[in-house]
Each structure stands twice: as structure tokens, then as C-alpha cells.
Design a protein around this ligand. Structure first.
Ligand code: ZN
Length: 391
């Protein structure tokens, strides 16, 4: 229990840093770095271009200065989603314990996990580990797994990479073996303005934008009909969806600008590139010639704004069986949210699953919390993992 008290004290510190994705996470990272230094552990920071954010990577145990064995990576993100516009009862950046719950922004997603990991550092050091632990804490996960890319580069250059990875996103301590990948795009449609009384002399950017939106929606319907399918998901196929659209300034002007965003959430076993190509081809070969026929400066520009791959690890994989054994629970599932896990797995070939304390239903909302029960279960898994690594 005392370890969980420590973990709670660490969590109190972690949530006090407002690491909303658009802000700096350096104060938090420095806190973690100092904490680890107090235990004699060196950590590496991988800063972003602005120098205002950084990933942190540290190796503990089993000749950590030159790990010749892979070991296990514990992965978490330090950023949190915004609190603006949310109806919080308590201060979101102060940990409040009430009714068996710990309330704060990031308590579930996912500073709770990071606090538990840090609280177990002394335990990791207390015994000779056969395999090292690696701590991989990223930034800018919530805006599309952006920050972790620098960390991937660091990992790519290591002589020995972690042999496996647990991403501690809130899964209520269930083993999660898969999630969909995501690719999102911004589309800018440039038309040609004129008085609406002469509409055919202009190029209506909203009309052409709408045609592309409908085309994307038709593809979504095709995907629902034809698959591929993975029935472990409630929505068992790849989805396409337009989420925002703007265009036009006044009803009596043919609009010369329309902008919208769409995303593809695809099964890990499906390549989204042909879908994107189909959309780009429709814009280029069907819509643009008609637009340019009226005004040569008109056109459609599609830019990718974010993407991360899906995660899929076989239920029979060694890591899955291993963690299930530690949890004493043979169940597994796939989830609707994305993680950095697909990047570790696909880009680096590190077998990865997601398992962490707290419920995603309580994340991203006002009055986010992690239950003390989940917090305890999260600590238990780490304790068993450490005990096992020492044997
Ligand atoms: Zn998260």
C-alpha cells in the first residue's frame, strides 16, 4: 500500500503541471528527470524543434548504461487534452480524492500510469533485474501521436531495442491487442468569385467541396458494405468521415473558398493509401478539370494533417500471453481510441499491447478521474512484472 501512497503523491505533482498539448511539458519532464536522478538513473530528453517540449527515455536495471538485452518498455504520454469549456467541479490541475476516486485532468489519461511507474523505480532498483525496464514518456500524443516521432528515431539508433512494450493507456487493466489507425486531412477548395446573379461565370468552391464530401461519404458506405471486416470491433470496418467544413462569405457571392477536414480510421490490416489516392484522383480528374475550365486558378489541395498506424498483435503472441498471465485474466479486446503502440510495433517491430489503469470513458471529460481500485490494480501489475523480471 505504501507504494501506492507514494504513487499518489507523485500523481499529485504530475497533474499540477498543465501539460495541455499546446503548452510546454518541460516542467513535468524536468520533475521526472530529477526524480530519476535522485535514484541515480540518467534519462535522455528528445526535444522538439522549439525546445519547449520533450520526450523522456530512461533505462533501469540490467546494465542500464549498455543494455544488451531488450527488456520491457513502459510507454506513456505526458500531455493532456484541454479543460476549456468543460464543467469541472474541482480545479483540474489539483488532485482531489473523493469517494474512492482521484480527480484531475490526466488522472486516467494517463499520468496515473506514469505515477505508478515512477513509484516502482525503487523496487526496480532493489533487485537484480534479468532484463531492463525502459521508460518512454512522450508529448503531443493527444494531437495525433506527433511528439513520439523523435523518440522513435532515438530507439531506431539503439544497438538493442526494447523487446516488448506495454502502453499504459486506460483500458481498465484489460489487455488490448488492437486499435484502428487514423489518417486525417485538410482539403482546401479554391474557386472563382463573382456576383451570384452570374453564378455560372464563377467557380463555386462550396459546391465542389460538397461534391468531394459526398464522394468521401459514398466511400464510407462502400467500406461498410464490402469491408474488410474485423468483428472484434463494434464498428468492424474502416470508416471515413468529414468533421468540419467552412466556406463562403455572403449568399449573393459565388464563394471562392471552401475548406473541410476528413479522417479515415482504418483497420490495422488495411492499407489506407489506396483510399486516399481514390479521393485525390476524384478531385484531380473529375472535379478540377471542370473548375479549371471556368477559371484556371481554381483547384483542390489535399494535405495530410496527422496519421498514426493501427495496432494489431496476435492473441497468441508471447507478450499477450505473458501479460494475461500476470493479470490472471485471459480476456482481451480491441478499442476505439488510438495509441502510440502502432508506431512502436510497425515502425520499430517491437511487440506491443495496451494495458493500463483507469477507464477511457472518464478521460477527456470534465471531472476526469481514476478510481483507487484501478490505481491499485495498475500498481499490482507493475509489482508482478518487476518480481518476474527479477527471476
Ligand atoms: Zn491517452
Amino acid at each position: 500500500m505504501s507504494l501506492n501512497v507514494t504513487a499518489q503523491q507523485i500523481l499529485k505533482q504530475l497533474v499540477s503541471f498543465d501539460t495541455t498539448s499546446y503548452k510546454s511539458n518541460l516542467a513535468l519532464v524536468e520533475f521526472v528527470q530529477n526524480y530519476l536522478r535522485d535514484y541515480g538513473i540518467n534519462s535522455q530528453l528528445v526535444p522538439d524543434a522549439s525546445g519547449k517540449k520533450a520526450n523522456l527515455y530512461a533505462t533501469i536495471g540490467a546494465n542500464s548504461e549498455r543494455p544488451d538485452k531488450g527488456g520491457i518498455m513502459l510507454s506513456g504520454h505526458t500531455d493532456v487534452v484541454p479543460v476549456a469549456g468543460q464543467d469541472w467541479v474541482t480545479d483540474p490541475f489539483t488532485l482531489v480524492e473523493q469517494d474512492g476516486k482521484l480527480f484531475a485532468r490526466g488522472s486516467a489519461d494517463m499520468k496515473g500510469f506514469i505515477a505508478l511507474v515512477l513509484s516502482r523505480v525503487p523496487a526496480m532498483l532493489a533487485q537484480p533485474l534479468q532484463l531492463p525496464f525502459h521508460l518512454a514518456f512522450s508529448y503531443d500524443e493527444e494531437i495525433g501521436c506527433v511528439g513520439v516521432r523523435g523518440l522513435l528515431t532515438l530507439l531506431e539508433q539503439l544497438p538493442v531495442r526494447p523487446a516488448m512494450c506495454i502502453v499504459g493507456e486506460p483500458t481498465s487493466m484489460q489487455v488490448v491487442i488492437g486499435h484502428k489507425g487514423k489518417a486525417s486531412y485538410r482539403v482546401q477548395v479554391t474557386g472563382h468569385a463573382c456576383h451570384s446573379g452570374q453564378a455560372p461565370l464563377g467557380v463555386n468552391a462550396v459546391d465542389y467541396g460538397a461534391q468531394l464530401v459526398v464522394y468521401i461519404n459514398n466511400m464510407a458506405q462502400q467500406s461498410a458494405l464490402n469491408g474488410p471486416f474485423d468483428y472484434d470491433y463494434k464498428v468492424p470496418y474502416t470508416t471515413l468521415h468529414t468533421g468540419t467544413i467552412q466556406g463562403g462569405t455572403a449568399l449573393n457571392i459565388v464563394p471562392n473558398h471552401c475548406e473541410f477536414e476528413f479522417e479515415i480510421r482504418y483497420l490495422a490490416q488495411q492499407d489506407p493509401a489506396p483510399l486516399v489516392q481514390k479521393i485525390a484522383d476524384y478531385a484531380k480528374f473529375e472535379l478540377e478539370p471542370k473548375m479549371k475550365n471556368v477559371a484556371s486558378e481554381s483547384g483542390i489541395n489535399i494535405v495530410q494533417t496527422a496519421s498514426y498506424p493501427g495496432l494489431l498483435i496476435e492473441p497468441e503472441a508471447e507478450l499477450v500471453t505473458y501479460v494475461k498471465g500476470l493479470l490472471n485474466n485471459d480476456a482481451h479486446s480491441k478499442v476505439i481510441f488510438g495509441t502510440e503502440g502502432g508506431l512502436f510495433q510497425q515502425q520499430l517491430g517491437i511487440p506491443t499491447l495496451v494495458c493500463g489503469p483507469g477507464n477511457i470513458d472518464q478521460a477527456h471529460k470534465a471531472n476526469e478521474y481514476i478510481s483507487l481500485e484501478q490505481f491499485t490494480l495498475g500498481g499490482q501489475l507493475l509489482d508482478r512484472l518487476i518480481a518476474d523480471m527479477a527471476n
